[in-house]
Write a protein of this length. Sequence first.
Length: 409
Amino acid sequence: HPPFDVHAVRRDFPILQERVNGKQLIWFDNAATTHKPQSVIDRISEFYRRENSNIHRAAHELAARATDAYEGARERVRGFINAPDVNEVIFVRGTTEAINLVAKSWGSKHVGAGDEIIVSHLEHHANIVPWQQLAAEKGAKLRVIPVDDSGQVLLDEYAKLLNDRTKIVAVTQVSNALGTVTPVKEIVALAHRAGAKALVDGAQSVSHMRTDVQALGADFFVFSGHKVFGPTGIGVVWGKREVLEDMPPWQGGGNMIADVTFEKTVFQPLPNTFEAGTGNIADAVGLGAAIDYVNRIGIENIASYEHALLEYGMQKLGEIKGVRLIGTAAHKASVMSFVLDGHTTEEVGKALNQEGIAVRTGHHCAQPILRRFGVETTVRPSLAFYNTFDEIDCLLAVVRRLAAQRGNH
Ligand code: PMP
């Protein structure tokens, strides 16, 4: 028995019925963003039809409904990542804002001249640039965990980078450019042994595997709603309570204060400390509905089905003459990055689009790791659980046709 009926699942996602260039859409750009099930679309719409208010519970009936919906979403996030305390879940705009919050707030207090920050060679620009900015501002140093030729981080080399100046280690759990699943638990444990904090970028992992922040042991875990079948504009910083409580507020304004005079402001406790101003209430509620949806399908079912898809796709792609797979680590999720001899990645992307197949071509906001493999861009099909083996065959047919035309260029 398959773990779930993929055709039934596909009917939950209205956009999969779209036609592109006369063909049924094939969505292989899930690492960039995922599609939304009808239940998420309906939930956002219901919020605006029946609950819309700012979140000040006591004021009136709709305020109470909106507050319940928003806090209900926070509780769903807590359960989804197995956080011990709902007040450790902070809503932000997405992974980028999440990492900026930690770098700016935690970093301003805990990183100084001569200190060191470690990231891996795999990181998305969102997990490089904020740390680089912090390092420049503080006179700290950014150090990089190298990867092997399969695109997996080298733990021995990482261990050598750690020392008593290391303040934080920030690594991705799944590479958006290569699909590598990194050994985050070990990375976090080594960081802690060196007395450093650890942040895990879960942008590419939350939709493909179970997240348990307590088992992971990190100090921060961050992700974007739109990559886990929720709306854009909503994301999460989870942090350990004692770590969050040792951070200054990031932005100031309404909602995050308990009392303001011109002399002094007293701040609200968590999570409000870090949620200044009117947040993205409706989309937080939408993210809650996305989590309900994923829980209904079952993340383990999703993971095992996607694993079979990925194995098949990698195997068949790798057999095509002229294809070079970029990122061949033993442990991968979703992403199949490649280049094709005799064709630019842009040409491959255009040929695929002609057949209704959406992939990302480009540097995937991860230039350092692509350059590590001697390329500036790749073609990057990325899978989700609503994809099928037939769809992979359609992709393979286009790539095979292009490969056969090799030399005409
Ligand atoms: N980190 C990783 C690993 C990502 O894949 C992405 C999105 N491509 C981000 C961070 C940034 O996420 P967002 O654009 O949603 O802020």
